[in-house]
Ligand binder design. Sequence first.
Ligand code: ADP
Ligand code: ADP
Length: 227
Amino acid sequence: GAAVDISRLSKTYEVREDDDVVALDGIDLQFEPGSFVAVVGPSGCGKSTLLSLMAGLTGITTGTIAIDGETISKPHPKIGVVFQSDLLLYWRTVLDNILLPIEIKKLDIARYRVRAEELLTQVGLEGFGNKYPSELSGGMRQRVAICRALIQEPGLLLMDEPFGALDALTREQMIMDLQAMWLKAGNTVLFITHGIDEAVFLADRVLVMSPRPGRIDLDLKIDMPRP
Ligand code: ADP
Ligand code: ADP
């Protein structure tokens, strides 16, 4: 997994003149390589903003984010992202969705096809590569989105409520499978969730953000036995 070093990170959204929103207010954070860090906190406290900045999708106001010592300011192949909505392209097959980042970067698709199929097997979707997203359940589609995020073997996986739209039973299964994948892949994970139970079960560290936007109030080390 990648090491993450966040220093004095702030984000202000300029909504209107004299009406700026401070979403993050000088955050300092270090992630150990291979750690699983969950972020919880009330709506509007800045969780998605933190993820978006780490993904290089939103501009930083001040401060720095470094992944393995490299400063991030735009999307990077070392970083995979999964959102609440799967964001799959419905007119492309499962396999072609997973290979989309490879296609965009004009990398060797044939070389990554084998890896895509391995990932599908890992998430229990062996043989589903030629299906279309509409033929899959919500949980299955989210598994495909995770495969797409992992196709370039990112050292850092960012997830913003990845199971938030799923029913309770599917979510429970996804949590178990995600843990198994993480134990195997060993990447560093940032996991945003509204479920404190999910956070405590999966993560070895839980950050609690303040309702006053943009601060981390608690940084908890979770010592749970791993399977
Ligand atoms: P969540 O609470 O699930 O993290 P939000 O509902 O806060 O998500 O935000 C959903 C989307 O709307 C995000 O892309 C966020 O950047 C954007 N957003 C949130 N608040 C505002 C706002 N006040 N003005 C414009 N966009 C916003
Ligand atoms: P969370 O994910 O914890 O719900 P967000 O990061 O989405 O929090 O939002 C943090 C604060 O920034 C909120 O006050 C939200 O309204 C505001 N915000 C988020 N995205 C935007 C945006 N694109 N434009 C303006 N304000 C935003």
